[in-house]
Design a protein around this ligand. Structure first.
Ligand SMILES: CC(C)(COP(=O)(O)OP(=O)(O)OC[C@H]1O[C@@H](n2cnc3c(N)ncnc32)[C@H](O)[C@@H]1OP(=O)(O)O)[C@@H](O)C(=O)NCCC(=O)NCCS
Length: 417
């Protein structure tokens, strides 16, 4: 998305996002004289010409934008400022919000670099009255006092047709990036387990809303709870997510009991070593059935991945790889630069295949009747990795779900004592 961000627009966004993220309508007092409406083809051309003067990157041609808006008028909103509240005709619009209402194929094309945003093919876009798989913020140009008009456009996206549909965008300028940060967009978009760092994501598809198939594909590997709406065709793929409650923790203990206590005959006190409340746990499942787990503990500048276990009947099907990948990506999202593990000597090739290397000059060692070696993998922190300054309400979101408002943000709607 190309955004021209005048100072007042970003301060509006920052002020608003610190209390209400994009999806919570608010700031309407600032909108009293603003009108948001579907413009004529001529108004679209004039709005695009003005945007082109202010935005230093090539934009789609007027005819292309007119074509997209004609096929789906919800894709283009004009913002105008009335002189008087009671003016019947709004004056010439000076601001715009343009969106691409994408099909599932369009989302895939966008995130895999196959969609030319300057000339989006018709087949990647849904028509009016059709629910998009995701909405791509194509262009915002709303200077100064027009910026609050974005709230009014968001109201349009609260209609049942669009409620719960995720919004994706790409900031093409530094100011645009700051604007999206302030509005609560998270950096990077997960798509089929790969992080597309150049995009941003405003997740609205949680809590059962949105297309479950698309939202499952838009999940981080450590936050993959699958396609919950599938009823008739149970999911066969493995998914992994961070443990958030005692029931999930019981599943982890059950898997480790089967693998370590029973299969490897590890004494109870060695397997349950007193460190289970000092880190995070990942649980892998296929459908509702738990099948694997891993534990992460945090040290100054590295994460230790341990207690990796996959039920015997689920082995050699990629579950172990999924868990280690999830652990690595989770560590990158937290900003870590190193992951460390003790690899059982006999399964060292498993770790090497996952990008780990054996720690040089380190002797092997043994515990619980098996021989181990130290392995390590250098990491690049993820785009938008957590850091001081990420925002107080972001840092208190549930672990691994930093890309969407958490329960404590919703509690912030209640007045503080
Ligand atoms: C080790 C373990 C977690 C692997 O889980 P898994 O789900 O079977 O592994 P995956 O199917 O994801 O395998 C990923 C890759 O590693 C390879 N691999 C898996 N197990 C391996 C083994 N024992 N030795 C060598 N390579 C192995 C696979 O062939 C696969 O390679 P590919 O990507 O080229 O096909 C599982 O066997 C297990 O739980 N073992 C008992 C507990 C244990 O020993 N944990 C490890 C402590 S360090």
């Amino acid at each position: 998305m190309n955004v021209h961000k005048p100072v007042s627009a970003s301060s509006f966004a920052r002020r608003r996002a610190s209390i209400h993220p994009l999806d919570h309508t608010g700031g309407h007092a600032l909108c009293a004289r603003l009108s948001v409406f579907m413009p004529t083809a001529g108004q679209i051309a004039r709005l695009m010409d003005r945007a082109r003067e202010a935005i230093p990157v090539p934009l789609a041609a007027n005819q292309t934008v007119q074509r997209v808006a004609a096929a789906n008028p919800d894709a283009f909103w004009a913002i105008a400022r009335r002189k008087q509240r009671a003016d019947i005709e709004p004056p010439e619009p000076r601001g715009l919000v343009a969106m691409l209402m994408l099909t599932a194929e369009g989302v895939d094309a966008l995130l895999c670099g196959r969609l030319d945003a300057r000339n989006p093919p018709h087949r990647f876009l849904v028509g009016q009255h059709e629910r998009p798989a995701a909405i791509y913020g194509w262009l915002i140009h709303a200077r100064g006092s027009l910026a609050p008009g974005l709230s009014l456009v968001m109201d349009k996206l609260q209609a049942p047709l669009y409620r719960g549909v995720d919004i994706l965008c790409r900031a093409s300028t530094k100011d645009g990036a700051a604007f999206f940060d302030a509005l609560g967009f998270s950096r990077g978009v997960w798509w089929d387990g790969e992080l597309r760092g150049e995009f941003r994501h405003y997740r609205r598809s949680h809590e059962g809303a949105g297309s479950s198939e698309i939202s499952a594909r838009l999940r981080a590997p450590f936050d993959d709870r699958g396609d919950r709406k599938r009823r008739n065709a149970p999911e066969r793929r493995a998914k992994a997510s961070i443990v958030h409650n005692f029931e999930e923790m019981q599943k982890v203990f059950a898997i480790r009991s089967a693998v370590y206590l029973e299969e490897q005959e590890c004494p109870f006190g060695e397997e349950f070593d007193g460190n289970d409340f000092s880190g995070s746990h990942l649980l892998a499942s296929i459908g509702d059935a738990p099948c694997g787990c891993a534990r992460l503990r945090y040290f100054g500048d590295f994460v230790k991945i341990e207690r990796l276990a996959v039920l015997r009947r689920n082995r050699h099907a990629g579950v172990g790889k999924k868990l280690v990948t999830a652990a690595v990506e989770f560590s990158r999202a937290k900003g870590y630069r190193r992951a460390y593990a003790h690899a059982r000597k006999s399964i060292l090739p498993f770790w090497l295949k996952l990008g780990f290397t054996q720690l040089a000059d380190a002797p092997s060692f043994s515990f619980s009747d098996y021989e181990y070696v130290e392995v390590i993998r250098e990491l690049e922190p993820a785009p938008g990795a957590l850091e001081l300054g990420a925002g107080p309400l972001v840092l208190i979101r549930p672990e691994g779900q930093w890309d969407r408002p958490g329960v404590l943000e919703r509690s912030a709607d209640r007045a503080a004592n």
